[in-house]
Design a protein. Structure first.
Length: 318
């Protein structure tokens, strides 16, 4: 495989800005592109994004562009936008194109591979805490990594090396997990414990620095994920929960996870992908998930509460 010369990014939010400035600086305006259309395209072109005090204007292309495929596509959208993103990248996928989907969750790769095939999809996820408000993000680029690779990486495949070489020359922090499936589930477990709990309680990450009660809920939520993972043959356990204790204490205390941010901005959350998915898997596998059940329905209520007419339903008997 030749070296990567052209990259397309779809999703210029908190995850996308981790990549965009460095890829743009190395590849140049012609070869690093943001895929967008409509109002989002107009906003990116007119306002750009500001990352750590620097405003960036990137080249924007539309899904309709043809005959100009990317060597690498990075999908950094939310779960609610994945189905559309899978369709939008179609003209960017060439014979040698590789796809990284760095969004949260455990099955996005399967959904993309169902359309484009596994030969063009690698596993990936991110470990980074970035808060983005109105096109402005401030974060420590050294505190975070993109993880990617084949399902197993005892020896690196040609396409993994292909992306590794690009990230190294761009100085994008990365890790290639020996077991990417376990890595995905580890991130998923942490997200459910931290992201869901913060959203339901309305507290930032700093709650885990000071509150035993918040940590009790967080760890119990994680254990429900461990039980599901173990039933599926994925070796998560207490040592993985313990490993996260050091990380949680290093997170900026006033940062808010994505679901909390979504609720504050009256946006649809990813609760279906998180606690909703665990509840569904628990029912399928015969494993009780009472905390995720409560959190799932609780966050759904908060979504309903954000709707102005949520208490105006008629024909309700009391």
């Amino acid at each position: 495989m030749k070296k990567i010369e052209k990259v397309t990014l779809i999703g210029l939010g908190a995850m996308g800005v981790f990549f965009a400035p460095k890829l743009d600086a190395y590849l140049g305006k012609k070869n690093f592109r943001i895929l967008a259309e409509g109002e989002r395209k107009s906003r990116i072109e007119s306002q750009g994004v500001t990352v750590n005090g620097t405003n960036h204007r990137f080249t924007v292309i539309t899904p309709q562009l043809q005959d100009d495929p990317a060597d690498l596509i990075i999908i950094a959208v939310k779960d609610t936008g994945l189905s559309q993103a899978i369709q939008d990248i179609r003209n960017q996928v060439g014979e040698q194109t590789q796809i990284l989907c760095v969004m949260n969750g455990i099955d996005s790769e399967e959904k993309i591979a169902a359309v484009y095939g596994w030969k063009q999809v690698l596993y990936s996820y991110m470990r980074v805490s970035i808060v983005m408000e109105d096109g402005v993000a401030n974060f420590d680029p050294s505190f975070g990594k993109v993880h990617f690779g084949e399902a197993k990486n005892e020896e690196l495949s040609e396409r993994v090396n292909y992306i590794k070489d690009l990230f190294e020359v761009c100085e994008i922090s990365y890790n290639i997990d020996a077991d990417m499936i376990k890595g995905l589930w580890f991130k998923y477990m942490c997200n459910i414990g931290e992201n869901m709990t913060c959203a339901l309680l309305g507290v930032p990450f700093g709650a885990y620095h000071v509150s035993d009660h918040a940590n009790e809920i967080r760890r119990s939520m994680m254990w429900e994920v461990v039980k599901i993972a173990n039933q599926l043959g994925i070796a998560l356990g207490q040592e993985d929960i313990d490993l996260q204790e050091k990380t949680i204490k290093r997170l900026p205390p006033f940062n808010k996870p994505s679901t909390f941010q979504d609720l504050e901005k009256n946006r649809k959350t990813e609760v279906e992908m998180f606690s909703g998915k665990i509840v569904k898997l628990g029912l399928e596998l015969g494993i009780e998930t009472p905390l995720n059940w409560l959190v799932y329905h609780g966050i759904c209520v908060l979504e309903e509460k954000n709707k102005k007419d949520w208490m105006e339903k008629k024909d309700v008997a009391y």
